[in-house]
Design a protein around this ligand. Sequence first.
Ligand SMILES: [Zn+2]
Length: 413
Amino acid sequence: MLHNGAGRATAARMLDLLRTAGTLSRVELAEQSGLTAATITNVVRRLIDDGLVHEVGRESLQGRGQPRRLLELDPSAWYAVGIQVDRTTTTIVVVDFAGGRVASAGLRGSGTSGPEETVTTLADHVTDLLHSAQVPRDRVLGVCLVTHGPQDRERGVLLTAQPTPEWLEYPLTSTLSQRLGLPVLLENDATAAALGEQWAGTVATDTFGLIYMASGIGGGVVVDGDAYRGRASNAVEIGHVALSGGRTPCVCGNRGCAQAEAGPRTVVEQVLADEPLAERLGVRGAIDSTLADFERVARAWRAGDPAATAILERSARWVGQAAVTLVNLFDLDTVVLAGPAFVTTGPLYQRLILAELEERALSRTLSAPTVLLSTDVGTAAAIGGALHVLRTIPVDRDTLQHRSSAPAPEGEP
Ligand SMILES: [Zn+2]
């Protein structure tokens, strides 16, 4: 029955529930999915036959009836790779079928390299990482390439000429797929981080916003469990919300955008404007080192430097204003912070964004706002991308048969 669309969707739902909960009994699966016990029994039998799920001991029922057998995903059934790449940073993660991190690597960003060179570098690093983690390539379900928008996810191309003109419409996913011999999906970084938070994080609601800060500021929103992507996977551009009192010209042509007033590049430029401070913090200002420079400012804040603290606090209040708009637009009470710029500064932004929401969010009297730091704050987008692969590429016998007859990747026998 898993070979028809409805059966496949039911199986995918069971796998999602198990991935989030860790272990569940058949009765709990029925309760949480609203399906009948008979349907659950059939679907679970097939998942066990396919080697995706196994039974792990029993749940004690305090003497009443037969104890329930618990189910969990077999972590080694399949693996997935998430690659987050932008101009200043690259993260590659390998996760197992249960969503656990098996291996990860942090590399330089693409800088001003063209897409051809970047794809070759990424393919080599993925191959090395799989090899060193002893994950066989034929057990890798797929790869998700996570980067900034706008994108055409169907065709696997970026709809922007950043960071260089060759990136516009370059066949990104098909080229990487050819190099690796694996299916490759494309996803927006903030959306991927939100998906990761939804399926593997600690956020206790299925409606929340996410602010993603790397060298720029992006946003994502999950409403009733569904990520909102917009037309070109570039929704919730919270970095380009004009803030009240903001005057700084932005690359988008507007003035006072959150990114222009408060983004990591702006923070770095404010430090550079104070020469003795830049000297003291070791901030040099190269475009491709924005995140590294931002991290220097963050460490100075943590060490109690008053000038670094003032600059970061100013940024955090502006981002808090953008968060108010995010919360008001989508009727949210929970905002998650993710992305490499929050690795050190997370607690500072968390506190000041919460303060802005508590003071100005429209719904604050109905429901107290919550600001959370992502479980994997620095690598959330890559993890989310890998989970997206596990959730969307079908894992039944058809996939297995198709895979075993697929051609080997380039350069392998
Ligand atoms: Zn803008």
